[in-house]
Design a protein around this ligand. Structure first.
Ligand code: ADP
Ligand code: MG
Length: 586
């Protein structure tokens, strides 16, 4: 008795739909991508009840004639690729020819479409994959797809849907991805009869992000720098400055050839690029665009096209790491600019001799004898306003005092700056130690009693290969039998209580850091952990020259704006904010 059977078409589509269409957001993704592929300049998405009762996507793209419209509902029907060569170098968002038939097989579906110059359009009604009506339609040129009652015929799938709010948020996130990925396309999102956002076609990515997320975010973003070394991957976009982070991945967006993707390779690269500029457990803000030769990246990995496979993942990762680092460091200059104190001419003459304004009159900046900050005394702090030294010949700042034995108060062009003395000192120490490690290796300390430990063969081999790196990090290990090692010295500044335990952690850490990643990265981790102990604490009362030196050193750092754990070292309170608070400005 024969048991193997071909599946009926509708059932086959429903099976395929299982992979492509998980929830309303996946419908929106497929439909919006079709609109963009069709050259739309405006895409409107309307949902009701999280998209569960209705999803409608309307575009002003090229539309379809009646034959194409009917064909587009067949499985494996696509206008986007024709041959295996096309598949190897995909330039459109779609290519699988699966989305429309899949969606139509699991919903009450309606496709209305019209080519630009056609007199009439076409209107096709489908229910659970069965075509119910085909007629002339009178809509404007473009395409409109309406999806009602998703999974009405697949109760098992419907059960997997989440609360309407959650589904709506997923849809919105999906639209954010599309909107950021295609700034030149206008987007409208209507949720339960209310306009959630309305984005005009934007000239630049910056404009689009401002329209979508607001001006405040834009001010924390840096233009991504293309690293000099990268030949095959172009990197562009905007990323958050050091110290800018989020509790979720919602604003960690990465695009490969225009497609928003999720990629462990790239997630790791972002982490590595940010490294100490990111707080533990936090995520960076990135709108990062990678442009690769289409033959160097395979998008045909996942039916939902969320993932890609790079031909040379290491090269891509290295490029991204280098780009992030270069970009974060580029943020330093503009940041330092802000630390110019107000110009002397604009300094008001204070009526009463409460403060003596700094004297900038041509003469080299005075080295003002440092008043001591008496802990807890406001008056003494107030009197300590002085001109800071000019750094790099052009910059200067004004220290006003120290608040609560922790926050250094400073004045700059924009207003008030609060510096966390502990975080600032951590950053300074961190960069100093790192420099030393890179240049001559960190000093190590011999153990009085060298300890032996065993390793699995692969780890043993790894240690042998990396002994030079370990030495730079101040770690001395020698083979002591086939897979036994003796640990003889540890970094002096660390002085771990249990050297063997420490060694195992170092090995794990170095192994999980990717092969060609700077091996110094783990050294950085060690340093970052330890500087905390050596930095001045919140309650250490600092003398004025110390405060001054701390600020000068901080401003000279590569990444001055955050401590090596990614916390900010300083906060700006702008004059505009103060004016608002004092009711001087509405
Ligand atoms: P794919 O996008 O992978 O080609 P789809 O099932 O999503 O597969 O769409 C099938 C075809 O229908 C597309 O190749 C395209 O020619 C046509 N199509 C779908 N949506 C639109 C649209 N909004 N405007 C114009 N043509 C469309
Ligand atoms: Mg498609």
């Amino acid at each position: 008795m024969s048991r193997v059977r071909l599946l009926p078409d509708i059932l086959a589509s429903q099976v395929a739909a299982g992979e492509v269409i998980e929830r309303p957001a996946s419908v929106v993704k497929e439909l919006v991508e079709n609109s963009i592929d069709a050259g739309a300049t405006k895409v409107e998405t309307i949902i009701r009840r999280g998209g569960i009762s209705l999803i409608r996507v309307v575009d002003d793209g090229c539309g379809m004639d009646r034959d194409d419209a009917l064909l587009s509902l067949e499985r494996h029907a696509t206008s986007k690729i024709r041959s295996a060569e096309d598949l190897a170098a995909i330039a459109t968002l779609g290519f699988r020819g699966e989305a429309l038939p899949s969606i139509a097989s699991v919903s009450r579906f309606r496709l209305t479409t019209r080519e630009r110059d056609a007199i009439a359009g076409t209107d096709i009604v489908v229910s659970g994959g069965r075509i119910e009506a085909v007629r002339d339609g009178g809509e404007a040129p473009g395409t409109q797809v309406e999806v009602r009652s998703i999974f009405y015929n697949l109760p098992a799938r419907r059960k997997f849907l989440r609360a309407e709010n959650t589904e709506a948020r997923n849809v919105e996130h999906q639209l954010h991805l599309q909107a950021v990925g295609h700034p030149h396309v206008g987007f409208v999102f209507v949720r339960d009869e209310r306009i959630a956002f309305q984005l005009p076609p934007a000239a630049t990515l910056r404009d689009r992000i401002r329209d979508l997320y607001g001006r405040e975010l834009i001010e924390t973003l840096l233009d991504v720098r293309q690293p000099a070394s990268a030949a095959t991957t172009r990197v562009s976009g905007l990323i958050g400055r050091a110290g800018v982070s989020r509790q979720t991945r919602a604003q960690q967006l990465v695009f490969v050839n225009g497609r928003a993707i999720e990629s462990p390779v790239l997630t790791a690269a972002l982490r590595e690029g940010y490294h100490t500029a990111l707080m533990k457990g936090q995520f960076p803000v990135t709108f990062l665009f990678l442009q690769l030769d289409p033959t160097a990246v395979d998008v045909n990995v996942h039916p939902a096209k969320r993932e890609v496979r790079f031909r040379d993942p290491n090269a891509v990762r290295e490029t991204v790491v280098a780009a992030i680092r270069a970009t974060l460091e580029s943020g330093r200059e503009s940041w330092q600019q802000q630390f110019r104190a107000p110009e002397p001419a604009t300094q008001p003459t204070l009526p009463a001799p409460v403060f003596s304004p700094p004297d900038y009159s041509g003469a080299p900046p005075a080295v003002v004898p440092a008043p001591q900050f008496e802990p807890g005394s406001r008056e003494s702090a107030a009197q300590s306003e002085i001109a800071g030294p000019r750094t790099n010949g052009t910059q200067h700042f004004q220290i006003i005092g120290v608040l609560n034995k922790l926050y250094v108060l400073m004045e700059n062009e924009n207003g008030l700056v609060l510096v966390d003395q502990h975080a600032a000192h951590e950053r300074v120490l961190f960069e100093e130690l790192r420099r030393r490690m890179e240049e001559q290796g960190v000093p190590s300390q011999r153990l009085l009693l060298p300890q032996t430990f065993d390793l699995a063969p692969r780890d043993a081999e790894w240690i042998e290969r990396n002994s030079a790196t370990l030495r730079k990090m101040g770690i001395g290990v020698e083979p002591f039998g086939p897979s036994t090692f003796r640990i003889e010295s540890v970094p002096a500044f660390l002085n771990p209580a249990d050297p063997v335990e420490f060694m195992r952690k170092v090995i794990d850490g170095l192994k999980s850091a990717s092969d060609s990643a700077s091996p110094m990265r783990l050294g950085e981790d060690m340093i970052a952990k330890t500087v905390c102990r050596h930095a001045v604490k919140a309650n250490d009362p600092l003398q004025h020259p110390e405060v001054e030196k701390l600020i000068v050193d901080l401003l000279a750092c590569e990444l001055p704006y955050c401590c090596p754990h990614g916390r900010p070292t300083m906060i700006q309170i702008s004059l505009a904010e103060l004016e608002k608070k004092f009711g001087r400005k509405v």
